[in-house]
Each structure stands twice: as C-alpha cells, then as structure tokens.
Design a protein around this ligand. Structure first.
Ligand code: NAP
Length: 245
C-alpha cells in the first residue's frame, strides 16, 4: 500500500468521520495520530482498534482553534513518530442558527475551529511535512446549496475551499498536494444531533441514492487522495455526497 509506514495526523479522530479515516489509514499501514479536543476515552478506543489490527497509533489532545496547541500536536507527533506525511484536517463543528439569533461568540467559535484551525495546521505542514506529503481539508456539500440557518457554517467551509485552492501553489514546490473533501450528509453526531427523523428523511431524499452517507464513504475518498495515483490532483474540492443536490 502507498501509505505503508507513513505518518498521518487526523484531527478530530475520536468520533465520526475522523475516527473511520484513522482506522482505515491504520489498516492501510500508516502510523496514525488520533487528535481530539475532549473525548480522551473515545480517542484511546480508536488507538486500541488500530493496535489490535497490528497497526501503530497514538492519541494526542489539542484544540485546533489554538495555534499553540496545533504546534504542540505537530511537535509531539514528530517526537513520537519522527515525521509527518499526511494531514487530514477533519475536525470541525456545525452550529446552525437563523441570522437573527447568531451571536458573536458562536460565529467566532465556528470560524476559529473550522477555518483558523485548518489554516494553522496547514502552516505546520508547510514547516514540518515531508516531501511527497498530502493534506486533505474538509468542507461540506452544503457550500453548494442554499439552506436556511447554515450561513455561518457554510461560510467557514467556503473559506476552507479557498484556502485549499490558494495554497496549492505554495505547497507544490515541496511536492505536497492539498485537496478538500466536501461530504454530503453523513450519519454522525454532527449531522444527526437535534434533527427530527422527518428532517433526516428529507436530507436522505436529497441525494441520488436515498440514504445518508456513512463515515466509510468519506474515509474511502481519503484513501483515494492519499494514494500515489493521486499525485496530479491538487487544489481541488471533491464533493463526496452520493449526488446530493
Ligand atoms: N457529518 C456530516 O454530515 C458532515 C457533512 C459535511 C461535512 N462534514 C465535516 O466533516 C468533518 C467531521 O465531521 P463529523 O460529522 O465526523 O463530526 P463529529 O462527529 O461531530 O466529530 C467531530 C470531531 O472533531 C473533534 N473536534 C471538535 N472540535 C475540535 C477542536 N477544537 N479541536 C480538535 N478536535 C475537535 C471532536 O473531538 P471530541 O470528540 O474530543 O469532541 C470529534 O472527534 C467536519 O469538518 C464537518 O464539518 C460533516
């Protein structure tokens, strides 16, 4: 496998999509850092799953909205595994509200985690990532739709798509690719929390297959982008959404 022996940091890997990405990269032979912000037990569970399958992993806490903690995440990874080859900027939050109810604090929190966290993790990658490396950022397919209450969340992800595009030519001289995955609705806490079964059903009907995405659908796309066959793909946002429209 092309990721055999490579070192991958997956942010927000204690739960949801990041958890599955970490498990699949571990199964493919990468040494995986499971970053999380608060759920240490869940992060340790992911480490155990990877180790029990014969892989190598470590859980490292770090709030990605704080630059000092992003720096520590990279230095601890390099201290433990010697290098970084793959960065998956998966950690993110979604806080949907009508504009009349949005607060400065909730606006800033979404931008700080989704945009600032992604940007400064990319900065660490620029400083420390090995040549031949890969960065994968996370947007959402909602950035191509018009959904009430999603404006701030979609704006953060629009920013992530632009960071991905604009950084491609800064990373290319280091032989590092940078792309963005924009999932559709995926069956995780982030999507399901606070939604009625009726609302979830309406989202199911918005894609071509009539089901929610599973974390594995997204982790499979990450595996495609980290493979050696994807080295000519950079600066792109790839919508992985079963035809969501
Ligand atoms: N699910 C969907 O339908 C969907 C659709 C489109 C895009 N996405 C994007 O996909 C990514 C993953 O979403 P998900 O559905 O898997 O979310 P999730 O189930 O809510 O999991 C979020 C993960 O991010 C971590 N996290 C949150 N804030 C953090 C911070 N400040 N620093 C470090 N880690 C932090 C959490 O850690 P703790 O466990 O420690 O809290 C958790 O591991 C996000 O970027 C999201 O915007 C999701």
């Amino acid at each position: 496998m092309s990721v055999q022996g490579k070192v991958a940091i997956v942010t927000g890997a204690s739960r949801g999509i990041g958890r599955q990405i970490a498990i699949q990269l571990g199964q493919a032979g990468a040494k995986v850092v499971i970053n999380y912000s608060s759920n240490q037990d869940k992060a340790n569970e992911v480490v155990k799953i990877i180790e029990q399958a014969g892989g190598d992993a470590a859980a490292i806490r770090g709030d990605i909205s704080k630059v000092s903690e992003v720096e520590a995440l990279f230095s601890e990874t390099i201290g433990q595994f010697g290098r970084v080859d793959i960065l998956v900027n998966n950690a993110g939050i979604m806080d949907t509200l009508p504009i009349a109810e949005m607060t400065e604090e909730r606006f800033d929190r979404q931008f700080n985690i989704n945009v600032k966290g992604t940007y400064f993790a990319c900065q660490q990658a620029m400083r420390h990532m090995a040549g031949g490396g890969t960065i994968i950022n996370f947007s959402t397919s909602v950035s191509g739709a018009m959904l009430p209450t999603y404006s701030v969340y979609a704006a953060t992800k629009g920013a992530v798509e632009q960071l991905t595009r604009q950084l491609a030519k800064e990373f290319a001289p280091k032989d590092i690719t940078i792309n963005c995955i924009a999932p559709g609705q995926v069956s995780t806490e982030l999507f399901l929390n606070g939604k009625s079964e009726e609302l979830v059903d309406s989202f199911r009907r918005m894609n071509a297959f009539g089901r929610l995405g599973e974390p594995e659908d997204i982790a499979n796309a990450v595996e495609l982008l980290v493979s050696d066959k994807a080295r000519w793909i950079t600066g792109q946002t790839i919508r992985v959404n079963g035809g969501f429209n």
